[in-house]
Each structure stands twice: as structure tokens, then as C-alpha cells.
Write a protein that binds this ligand. Sequence first.
Ligand code: NAD
Ligand code: MG
Length: 410
Amino acid sequence: MSRSARCEGSPMRRIAVLGATGSIGDSTLDVVARHPQRFAVEALAAHTNADKLADLCRRFRPPYAALSDGDAAQALQRQLARDGVPTRVLAGPEGLAEVATLPAVDTVLAAIVGAAGLPPTLAAARAGKRILLANKEALVLGGAVFMAAVDAGGATLLPIDSEHNAIFQCLPAHYARDPRAAGVRRILLTASGGPFRTRAVAELAHVTPDEACAHPNWTMGRKISVDSATMMNKGLEVIEAHWLFGAPREAIDVVIHPQSVVHSLVEYADGSVLAQLGHPDMRTPIAQALAFPDRIDAGVARLDLAGLAALAFEAPDTARFPCLALAYDALAAGGTAPAFLNAANEVAVAAFLAGRIRFTDIAAACAETLARAAVGPVATIDDALAADGQARRLTHGWVEGRANAGRVTA
Ligand code: NAD
Ligand code: MG
């Protein structure tokens, strides 16, 4: 990643929030609202939730709003016209790409969930924006293409996934995607272990979507919550770290840390290990990236070290969390393998949330898709999107077979 575009002083940042109605969108707008002299909302974008986006437009008065769903965009347009809100409404994937590349926008908060976030985020990269990246799936799906677009477009990439933001904070200021050159021996991603860290493995076939979404430390959207329960989230984050920091997979380790206070660590050649600590509250990494290189109030309570009972660390159990091993395998296979894994996981998680397959079927569906899809190179975004489509079809077929076999008694 590049830090070349450090801002001078504290200019007004003009922001487009992609995924404005989600959990990261909420946290971002909370931080933004605390600093009206620093941040102006130029555009808000989401998928289908016209009511919530209308509320946000009434509150933040952005010049532009976009919904990827055409009917929802029309509903938003009607609500805003009725209330006399002068926000211009755009629709469809083109509308998302348009708000991500508006000349007035300098900062794009990329917080759409899933592969749908890649095209507008890529457009922002090509347009040379300052991109605050939450949408890890964009990097998993098309990491090589995305990073090349960041470089070619002269974009600045700041991670807001909490672990990657922590690593960013622990790396030297001149870091340029080369761990060896910076004396970095290892990147250590922490993982909470999710809600099933201590559940008997035999019971995992029977856990419900609500149990899987009940994360012990973080409040997040449902897809990433399930990913945390399977630890696929950490697997995707290993791939995300590979692209963001130019680290080979051997130099990226995962350690379970149930308290979610240490957000990740960097180990240096001299034996030093640097960590970033804080409450598990996404407003901290979001504020760090929004204001970088300045520091601003994020509305987060101070960390009371004496009040913390203990900080524990343990190695992950890959028998309990097969998705973590699948992600390392996909990274080793390279090419389209991570795109296959990501798409298979999205389809399987949606099927699990809909009560169609079991929790343990998520890993089985991903393994099956990875085994059946032939890995090819990712030279263009179309290669990545074709792989995504192929994996979705394979996994849908697998899910149908599983669901029709009547193995789920939701
Ligand atoms: P969420 O489900 O709460 O919100 C998702 C947002 O994406 C919504 O605004 C929704 O409208 C939008 N969206 C979904 N599909 C879309 C589509 N097809 N087109 C346009 N917009 C679409 O999810 P979240 O928890 O806010 O996570 C967002 C991203 O941030 C994910 O990639 C996730 O992995 C990442 N992330 C989240 C957290 C967290 O704490 N929530 C932490 C780290 C990283
Ligand atoms: Mg994370």
C-alpha cells in the first residue's frame, strides 16, 4: 500500500459512502457527524433500503444518492421529492460507479458487502480517489487487478478492516508493500474465535443463524458475522493482508485472541512486536483512516488497561475452523482460486442464513467448489467476475442438492 498522498494540514474531506445503510456505514456517519468542519458528505449509496437512505439524505443533505436496485431508487426519489430534499438520485451499478468517481469526491468509503463492492471500488481506484476499504471481498476477488488499478490511478488505499488498520498503524511510515525491505518478519492477525470457539464440534451442525450472528465482541452485518463464526472472515483477511501489504502467505499468521482488544500485530526482524489496542469499535479504525495522518475523536471510550481482566492468545484449531485452512489453500493456489472461494462462501452463507443448509455445510460447499473449479489466471476484472459467476453456479447446484436432500430441518 502507498502512503504517498499524505494530506497537508486538515483539508475538508468530501466523502462518498458506498454501503451507507450498513453497519460500517452507520459507524462512518457517526464519526463524520462529529466533525462537520472536516468532512462533507457528497454521496450516499446502498442496495435496496430506500427508507433508511432517505433518512440519511434528510440528515446529511448529500448532493448525490444511489441505490443499486432500480425500484428502490425510484422510491427514494419519490420520498426526497415529497420532502423537498435536493439530493440527485442515481440507480443501478452504474449509479454506484458514478458516485464513486464524482469529481467533487476525494474520499470513497468502500463498505458494500460482498463481490458487488468490487466494480464501484475499482472505478474509484482508477479515478485516483482516496479509498477507505472495508469491503475485503473486493481484494479477495480481484486483488491483483485492484492493486494495479490503485497504482495506475494514483489512488491512496487506507484499510479500515480493524486488523488491517492495526497493521497499517504498526508499519513504518515509508512502508511500500515489501515486508523484507521494512524488516518485517511476520504479520499476525488476531481473531476472536467468534461465538463457537468453545462449542463442542459435534454441535456445530445444529447451530442457528441467530446463534452464528451473535458475535461475542463486535456488532456487524449478518454476512460478516457468519464469516466470523466459521473463521472464513479471518481467511479472507489473510488474503486481504497479502494484497494490502505485499506479504507472502508464509509471513501471515493468525492467532486467536478472545477479548478483541489487540487488533493485530507486526513482528520485526529485531524481535520487536508492535500491536494496536483499543475497544472493539469500528469507529476507531474508521476515524484513523478518515483523518489520516491526523487523529480525531471517534466517540470511543478510553481503554482501561487496569480494568481488563486478562488478554489471552491461542493457536486456531483448523478442525473446528476448516474455512481458515481453505483460505490459505486458495491463496497458495492463486489466480482465480480466491474468487472461487469468496463466491462459494457468499452463496453458502446466504443459504445458511435462509435456513436452507447447515452451518457446517458452509465449509463443505466451499471445499467442493474449490475442488471442482479449474483455477486460471486473473489478468482482468472480467476474469475475476467470470470466476465469481462460475463458482456461484457450482455452489448453487451444491446447495440445491443439499437442501433438496432434506438434510436441514430449519
Ligand atoms: P452490512 O450488511 O451491515 O451492510 C452492507 C451494505 O452494503 C449496506 O449498505 C447494503 O445496502 C450494501 N449492499 C449490499 N449489497 C449491495 C449491492 N449489491 N449493491 C450496492 N450495495 C449493496 O455489512 P457491514 O457489516 O457494514 O460490512 C460491509 C463490508 O465491510 C463487508 O465487506 C465487511 O466484510 C466489511 N467489514 C465490516 C466490519 C463490521 O464491523 N461490520 C468490519 C470489517 C470489515
Ligand atoms: Mg476484520
